[in-house]
Design a protein around this ligand. Structure first.
Ligand SMILES: O=C[C@H](O)[C@@H](O)CC(=O)C(=O)O
Ligand SMILES: [Zn+2]
Length: 276
């Protein structure tokens, strides 16, 4: 499994486009008929995707983990962003339609993925972080997720934040996870921007229309840079970095965090007028 190392904010200031992309952009995440994972050294979060098309896939153990099986010391959150499918957890079948979320706790030995229709295959986005205890496997549908309507059409950031794994939702050790859907015509996510030194974060962009892109902003608030992101690409956000984006069209993204706490609202908001 490929590894991504952490970056010091002072070093980040010297990076050109290619280095920024190499250090923070996770491209080629979704690979047909593969489970593809990247190990990040940001709170040891593993970011990946399973895209079963013609066959069932299994979440294999990786040598990097030096574990007997993937979830021996980990938990995982899974959100389906495409056609309907199933996740089979130690033999038990969980159906996941688009935007449904499944949490699987430490100690589960077998996780398999399949799609209902090869012509409309499921894309399961995966986030896994270290876990100290076992919380029960829990399915939460998109309809059941707590929804927060944020932003305004006049600032092009009207959106619905769906919370799945967090203090008042699915219980976990470290993982906090959900997704945000922008309303038609709105293109800005997470503005005003924030940082949370207590947790890393990863953004996975999906439903970015063909031919469109999202400009994802990162860096300390007074020293920002951007990464141009395509559909099904992810960006890791260090604890010192803002994470915000504006698209050339409306889109959706999955956000996920691990670290010191599970409090979604533990954020330090930056004034838009202080950004540089
Ligand atoms: O720490 C929380 C994350 O950055 C996101 O949940 C923010 C977000 O989805 C949004 O404002 O649209
Ligand atoms: Zn955040």
């Amino acid at each position: 499994m490929k590894s991504i190392h952490s970056v010091h904010p002072d070093d980040f200031k010297t990076y050109q486009t290619a280095t920024i992309r190499e250090r923070f952009l996770l491209d080629g995440v979704v690979k047909p008929d593969q489970v593809n994972c990247v190990y990040t050294h940001y709170d040891r979060m593993i970011v990946g995707a399973a895209n079963p098309v013609d066959r069932q896939l299994e979440l294999e153990n990786y040598p990097n983990l030096k574990a007997d099986y993937f979830l021996q010391r980990r938990e995982i959150g899974i959100i389906n962003v495409a056609g309907s499918g199933q996740v089979i957890v130690d033999g038990e079948v969980y159906p996941l339609n688009k935007l449904d979320c499944l949490y699987i706790g430490k100690g589960v030995k077998s996780i398999k993925f399949s799609s209902d229709d090869a012509n409309d295959a499921a894309v399961f986005y995966l986030l896994s972080c270290p876990a100290h205890t076992a919380y029960p496997t829990t399915l939460l549908t998109h309809a059941q997720a707590i929804k927060v309507n944020a932003g305004d059409a006049s600032t092009a950031n009207r959106r619905t934040i769906n919370k799945y794994i967090h203090t008042e939702g699915i219980q976990s050790c470290q993982l906090v996870m959900g997704l945000t859907v922008l309303a038609g015509g709105s293109v800005w996510n997470t503005m005003p921007a924030h940082v949370h030194d207590r947790r890393m974060e990863a953004y996975f962009y999906f439903d970015v229309p063909d031919g469109q892109r999202v400009f994802h902003y990162m860096g300390e608030g007074n020293e920002t840079r951007h990464i141009v992101v395509a559909n099904h690409e992810a960006v890791v956000s260090p604890p010192w970095s803002i994470h915000s984006g504006s698209g050339t069209a409306s889109y959706s993204f999955i956000w996920g965090m691990a670290g010191e706490n599970l409090d979604y609202t533990d954020m330090d908001i930056l004034n838009i007028t202080d950004l540089k």
